[in-house]
Design a protein around this ligand. Structure first.
Ligand code: AKG
Ligand code: FE2
Length: 356
């Protein structure tokens, strides 16, 4: 993949436009741009981010992914994350359900690297990694993680302000030095055409498990189902633009004001379908011990939002670590007992009963 010329994203498929947010402007506190970010975060919960300044780190991370997937499967399997709900490590192809029926499995493989392991390297906090990851911990992965977190903190500060939370509230729930499920993920999806591709997505519909996702795509394949729609639309990759989205924890902390929207991955459209699809994400997740619940005591705006949605439960009684492990564990096809396993793998999407 690195260095290859890829065919353009086709013009004849349905796409959903996202607002383009300029990172330089939101960092500088530009009121208009901050308001556009707020609009994106509270409607679809997805936006493009330009001028993020992470291009070199992203390119190096894709190289790390390619080097890792070039290891033998036997070598990668030494680091497979297994069925117990552990998220860090390698995930081999075809071990996750993609729908409630359990008939279909995913068509992606990825390597997940913990923020805690990357920043503490060579100290091991959670797990060990393939040699290709270790070789790039300090010069590639840690710089990417730091920049992704810097971006996250800029966005969280804006959300504190808009949500009426005391300054620093959201950042303190995601402190860099505290242990968390934050991780960088590099994904590869091999071309799959015909019946198999049409029957099942490469990655089943889901909301993201943590707080904020920072995604870098070269090829199409990501699809969203915007609120009020019942069909999937592609998100067109734009060179140099990241795709950011709100995930479950921020939706819960904010009493549903921030939107964690459902999405999935299908084979790239048109001529792109013949190519390997690579994507890179940094998932910011809350400190493992934090309980996921609406911050009603800290903000009258959030308290009011919760009051207006009596049918929705914002008291999960669950820590961020438990939430993540439950979702990861119940997607694993080996753990499937029936449709209830799929139900147990869901996040905030099913709070709106029309959603999958
Ligand atoms: O690969 C993509 O475009 C999105 C991946 C994704 O949604 C995820 O890993 O949670
Ligand atoms: Fe996702």
């Amino acid at each position: 993949m690195p260095g290859t010329t890829l065919p353009p994203f086709p013009d004849d498929v349905r796409t959903h436009p996202l607002l383009i947010i300029d990172y330089d402007l939101i960092k500088a506190g530009d009121t208009e741009e901050v308001n556009r970010l707020w609009k994106a975060a509270t409607t679809l919960g997805f936006w493009y981010l330009k001028n993020h300044g992470v291009d070199q780190e992203v390119s190096d991370m894709f190289d790390m992914g390619a080097e890792t997937m070039a290891l033998s499967l036997e070598e990668r399997m030494k680091f497979e994350r297994g069925d117990n709900g552990q998220s860090f490590g390698y995930k081999r192809l075809g071990v996750q359900a993609t729908d409630a029926s359990g008939k279909f499995v995913d068509n992606i493989e990825f390597i997940n690297i913990s923020k805690d392991d990357a920043l503490a390297y060579p100290q091991i906090v959670h797990i060990t990694y393939p040699s290709t990851v270790n070789a790039r911990m300090e010069n590639t992965i840690a710089p990417f993680v730091r920049k992704a977190l810097d971006m996250t903190y800029v966005v969280l500060k804006i959300f504190d302000d808009k949500l009426g939370l005391p300054e620093g509230t959201l950042e303190s729930l995601h402190a860099m030095e505290d242990l968390s499920g934050c991780e960088a993920r590099c994904t590869r999806s091999l071309p799959r055409q015909g019946k198999a591709a049409a029957e099942s997505p490469s990655l089943g519909p889901h909301t993201d498990f943590g707080s904020l996702s920072f995604l870098h795509n070269r090829l199409g394949g990501l699809q969203v189902m915007p609120p009020g729609h019942d069909e999937w639309s592609y998100v067109r990759p734009i060179p140099g633009h990241a795709i950011c989205n709100i995930a479950d924890a921020l939706s819960l902390f904010s009493g549903g004001i921030l939107q964690s929207n459902i999405h999935r991955v299908v084979p790239p459209p048109g001529a792109q379908a013949e190519y390997e699809r690579w994507s890179l994400v940094f998932f910011t997740r809350p400190t493992s011990s934090k309980v996921l619940r609406a911050l009603v005591e800290s903000s009258p705006i959030i308290a009011e939002a919760v009051k207006k949605q009596p049918g929705r439960n914002f008291e999960t009684g669950c820590t961020a670590a438990e939430w993540l492990a439950r979702r990861v564990r119940n997607r694993r096809i080996n753990n499937r007992t029936g449709p209830e396993s799929w139900a147990a793998s869901r996040g905030t999407e099913h709070t709106d009963s029309s959603r999958l």
